[in-house]
Ligand binder design. Structure first.
Ligand SMILES: Cc1cc2nc3c(=O)[nH]c(=O)nc-3n(C[C@H](O)[C@H](O)[C@H](O)COP(=O)(O)O)c2cc1C
Length: 398
């Protein structure tokens, strides 16, 4: 799959830079051409000579190199590749990418490229878990940047945890996937995400704590596998992914309309936390207190059940319907019952009790309930859960 492909490999200044030499070898073994770029810091870890010798190519190092600029300008260099790989992606490079900085050759190439970018982060566990890095990661995912790793393990600094760069062969596999058309090419997948807002009056509403992070990550992963994604989102905290068709809604009823309009689809993933009830006696004008001490009484009407509606369609039902169950107790039993009640194919169940930190957090621990029973996945970050769900959907639609 890599034969004849041109890869621009940006090596950042981390201990894992030595693994990038092996990565060059592995990519070349598969027929790819590798053009290496070293950051100034990377040269502290690997030499331009060894990098060049392994790549069989000139190494690019400096933005203001007159010869390089005359031979192949930096804009051309950023576009001549089929794929840009950053390995190791340092905390610094991730920050520059997320912030849109372009103050050296690597960061300028990353800003100028019109190709897909795959990063393999590598750093100390504290640096990886730092809110700034996690914020940058979320921004990069939102920008459509692909990631591989980091892995969990012992690190050169003596600490243990997430932060190790993925092994070269894993990066090769991710590069192959990034360059492939993807197993979901030609498939239309509908994804709902986020909370809904149910108005009480023009300025107040009832909502829930869903951030939309998991649904957004799933839509992004499906798109990365080549799917044509329609993303129906309530008012979420996170930005919708690039490369999908976004339909923004507020209420459950608007979400149902958007879902109906988006069908037919090969698969539908209902990750939105749709309000079960809306305020039946919502006021058309702002409600005011009158000093009498009498609070207004709200009455509720049930919202349409979008998941059940699509699951039970007699004609034109998506081949695969995936529901979510956010539970606070008896997760597996409740989710199994929900699957039977709604008639969907899979339920992705998770425990959203406050002590899990899952709702609104960056991690998720899910159990997939299907005909095959309950498949319990370990606690992973939401991007990893999304990739696994997308891969499972690709398998089911194959
Ligand atoms: C011994 C040593 C190892 C380092 N390893 C890493 C690393 O694995 N990941 C990282 O993000 N930064 C690491 N750093 C810090 C980076 O080298 C530093 O942030 C540098 O500015 C990165 O530059 P670059 O992003 O342009 O390559 C390390 C620094 C030293 C001195």
């Amino acid at each position: 799959m890599l034969a004849g492909k041109r890869i621009l490999l940006i090596v950042g200044g981390g201990i894992a830079a030595f693994k990038s030499l092996d990565l060059i070898r592995r990519l070349r073994e598969r027929g790819a051409t590798v053009t290496p770029v070293l950051t100034r810091s990377a040269e502290e870890f690997v030499t331009p000579l060894s990098t060049s010798a392994l790549a069989g190519q000139k190494v690019y190092r400096d933005l203001f190199d007159l010869t390089d600029e005359a031979e192949m300008g930096h804009i051309e260099l950023s576009r001549a590749a089929d794929l840009v790989v950053v390995a190791p992606a340092t905390a610094d490079l991730m920050g520059k990418m997320a912030g849109g900085l372009a103050n050296d050759l690597a960061s300028t190439l990353l800003m100028a490229t019109d190709k897909r970018v795959l990063i393999a982060p590598a750093m100390n566990v504290r640096m990886w878990e730092h809110p700034a890095t996690q914020r940058n990661l979320a921004t990069l995912h939102g920008d459509g940047i692909l990631t591989v790793g980091p892995d969990v393990g012992d690190m050169a600094c003596g600490e243990h945890g997430p932060g190790r760069m993925s092994e070269p062969l894993e990066i090769v596999a991710a590069a192959e996937a990034a360059l492939a058309d993807g197993p979901l090419k030609g498939k239309h997948v509908l994804v709902t995400s986020g909370p809904t807002h149910e108005p009480i009056d023009p300025v107040r509403y009832i909502a829930n704590r869903s951030s939309g992070a998991q649904g957004t990550a799933i839509a992004r992963s499906l798109a990365a596998l080549g799917a044509d994604v329609t993303f129906v989102t309530g008012p979420a905290d996170v930005a919708p992914p690039l490369g999908v068709k976004v339909v923004a809604v507020q209420t459950a009823r608007e979400m149902k309309e958007a879902v109906d309009a988006a069908l037919p689809a090969d698969a539908a993933v209902f990750a939105a936390a749709v309000a079960d009830w809306r305020v039946e006696n919502a006021s058309g004008s702002k409600m005011k207190k009158d000093g009498s001490g009498n609070a207004p009484a709200l009455s509720f009407a049930e919202n349409p059940d979008i998941l059940a509606g699509v699951s039970q369609m007699t004609a034109g039902r998506p081949k695969l319907v995936v529901g979510f169950a956010a539970e606070t107790d008896d997760v597996e039993a409740n989710a199994t019952a929900k699957r039977a009640r709604k008639g969907c194919d899979w339920i992705v169940a998770n425990d959203v009790s406050p002590e899990t930190g899952i709702m609104g957090g960056s991690e998720n621990a899910v159990t997939i309930i299907s005909d095959a029973g309950a498949d319990v996945w370990p606690r992973l970050n939401k991007e990893q859960v999304a990739m696994k769900i997308a891969a499972k959907i690709a398998e089911a639609l194959a």
